[in-house]
Design a protein around this ligand. Structure first.
Ligand SMILES: [Zn+2]
Length: 145
């Protein structure tokens, strides 16, 4: 599937939705994501980048951006961050109304980085919103083949 078609699901208008009030690393990550020039198998494949893995660590043959957002079991524990009040993932507002949540999701799951799916160290996935604060937990370490 061509990369431009993959991104058709998302409103990736740039730069109107990204204020430059975010740290440069976040702005850069968003620019890479919206342009499709990011750490994702479909990009590697479209560019014929040698010695890169096109598949997703979860086993999908060609990892693309919609898969990572919508279907990947690796990001599933973090999906709550992206859901709206109705429990739906509205991709049309990820880069606007849900931008802070998107940034948190990108960081929490190492999404669209070289570390994606390899090792996740840090806080456990978020629980439902509105819940009482939970006591501190030991760091979570998970390894995905
Ligand atoms: Zn996957």
């Amino acid at each position: 599937m061509p990369l431009s078609r993959n991104l058709a699901l998302f409103d990736t208008t740039y730069p109107t939705f990204i204020t430059l009030q975010h740290p440069a690393s976040q702005t850069a990550a968003l620019a890479c994501l919206t342009s499709g020039h990011t750490f994702v198998g479909s990009y590697y494949k479209s560019q014929n980048i040698p010695e890169t893995e096109y598949s997703c660590p979860c086993g999908v043959d060609v990892q693309d951006i919609p898969h990572v957002f919508l279907d990947c079991p690796i990001t599933a524990p973090f999906k709550l961050l992206l859901l709206d009040d109705n429990g739906d993932l509205d991709t049309s507002i990820l880069f606007t109304d849900k931008l802070d949540s998107l940034l948190e999701w990108l960081k929490a799951a190492n999404t669209f980085t070289k570390r994606f799916g390899l090792v996740t160290i840090g806080t456990p996935p978020p629980q439902g919103s509105g819940s009482l604060p939970s006591p501190p937990s030991p760091p979570v370490l998970s390894v995905v083949d």
